[in-house]
Design a protein around this ligand. Sequence first.
Ligand code: GDP
Ligand code: MG
Length: 768
Amino acid sequence: MSEEKKITVALAGNPNCGKTTLFNSLTGATAYVGNWPGVTVEKRSGVYKGKKGVRIEVIDLPGIYSLSPYTSEEVVSRNYILDEHPDVVINVVDATNLERNLYLTTQLLEMDVPVVVALNMEDLLKKEGASIDEEKLSKILGVPVIGISALKQNNLSGLMEKAYEASKEKRLGKSVVNDSSLTEIFAKAVPIYQKREIANPLFHAIKALENDEIEIKANAEAYNEVNALKEGDERDYEADLADARYLYISRECAPLMKRKASEEKKTDKAPRLTLSDKVDKVLTNKWAGIPIFIVILLVIFHLVFSEDFLYLQAMGAFGEGIVVPDLGDSAWTGFFIGESGLASPGVLIMNLLNGFTGWLQGLVAEGFAAIATPEYEWVSSLVCDGVLGGIFAVLGFLPQILLLFLFFSILEDSGYMARVAFLLDRIFRRFGLSGRAFLPMIMGFGCSVPAIMNTRTLGTDNEKIQTIRVIPFFSCGAKLPILTAVSGGIAIMFGMPYVDLITLSMYLLGMIVALVSVLAMHMTTRREKVPPFIMELPAYHLPQPRALMIHLYDKMKHFLKKAFTIIFATTVLIWLLQHLSWNWTYLSDEGSSSSILASFGQFMQPLFTPLGFGAQLNSLGWVFAVAVVTGLMAKENAIGTLGTLAVSIGALASIEGVGDDMVLATMIQATGLTAGGAIAFIIFNMLTIPCFAAVATAKSELPKGSFKWTIIFWLVVSYIVAMAFYLMIDYVWTIAIFVPLFVLGLVGLFLYDRYKTKKENAECGSPS
Ligand code: GDP
Ligand code: MG
């Protein structure tokens, strides 16, 4: 048996040039691809198995524009190549943006590592009618060059073949700079590193000339020697080197890009507006941009959540009430048409799934009824109401969550979300954040955990703390069940049929609370200027079905895993606590208001009285307190818990096939919860401490000392906002208190900010 050879290949390139797509295509991995700079924060590895006899490990590095330590991504990628010595670096280049991408190439070439240049997005280049002379480019750069399409998977085996060949030979770093005054000083500086046996002497010598921060610290002695070489001259080597590299690219490389004759003519004249530029004129318009974004969100929410598709029912399209076609005894009509109108696609899929799980649950219950004797009633109760009820209640939301994420992924992958970040940067700046903070926030709509991890890309600790604190306010997928079920219950009980509008306004409220909190922090405890943030807008892409499927698959996997682990465990635990009394005897469903769980809920209950779901409710009202607590393990639990409890307190005979909105409606009726209390319940759950997983992530990402305050912050904000809304909805006159209070608070903040700014200016030594 021959020993298998092993080599390591690192993918390096600018943000958004397609590294992760290439990584996924090569390794079959399903890493997150986003049409958005900065998605890959950490390096990731996988194995390419397409070459016989060689095990090729592929590393996806974060996207970078240069090897200078301006951003954490640049440091990660640079250190990886310097310290881990990959056998070859594949420099992924967005061929449609050749000149800008080659700047990084010129720096990679300075390292003593084999490099292969992959001209990616060849498909797009062809579509534009352009081509690049690979052979000539390879000759002048001195490394292999090959055109590929990571997305269409063209030429990938050719690329890996070239990479493998290149890995066999040593390569010495080389600079493209040919300005003699610079090359002369290189010739003197390089030996300084060689005599110390430092690897990559040319790279280090150049970095020392550039006064690179990391270099100064890493090789202090050598740096001093290099500095001695420049003695006397006042040259800005960093700027001169950058100029020399650009000069080289524009003189030697750029001409190798050939466009169609007709295109060339056009570009010679006045700058031509591409379709994408025209679209951008509208979408990123100063005034229209944000309203357009809100309209897009509205349409999406309508498609996913509305029970009255296109508001046909509300507009009276069905005349006097809805005409339900008589299809005999078929349960099918209910899936498409309900009392409130035609189901939107999201509601339709949800109805179908719930129909199926309800049928399944009924089947199991019947099975038990047929075989079980009364002593074993508890088994049936545990399996049907506890386990199946809890899990199905949560699964029921999967279709809507997936559909919502399909839409979000389309917006992101097309490049639109990056435009929104650009639009928001102007606004964010006033709040002490950069547009960069928008990516983690938007990711928060999916799940707070990766969103909080993504704050690593942010510039300062301040920006990080502020962003992490507000991420949970961007309501995550797991909170959706709370939003839709409670809004559904409200719709049924209080005759407000617009579930989609209630859900959307809750999402918007979360965002507003986030903005206000950030503002308040910026003006008081976290006063600091934001570092400048430059993000270029990625090109519009047609969303890729494969990438979309990967996103959805990830979501689904995550959700199912949770449903069958944490949620399963909590439902069983809840079931046990609610069927055991303090002296450990089994309580049937009817008796469960003397259960351990009930007394726990009753103990907690008064805490929520100011929020409308506390002691003012009748003797069954403790269920909401329990739901809040189980929600801390996983937010989906809150609704699952209410489903299980609905049966045990006797509000429902069984939850088989009963939608969650119905469960909530029943609970509202049984406990006497008001509309204000129900809304406050949503708000509190949405804004308060997120689930355990998110809390643990926040703890590990937050700078020391700010974790405790973050928890307090979440508790206080959620309590106050929920209370204000409960009171304003149920006691409308309190609006006359809260609105002025809110305005006063804002004015106070501004005044405080003015005062502080003045004081700070005075301290800066300006003669008063
Ligand atoms: P990264 O930031 O370098 O990791 O880039 P990604 O892999 O996240 O890709 C950025 C965008 O470019 C995504 O929308 C991809 O679908 C798209 N993309 C990547 N490779 C290709 C390609 O070969 N052709 C085309 N047309 N699009 C591509
Ligand atoms: Mg990436």
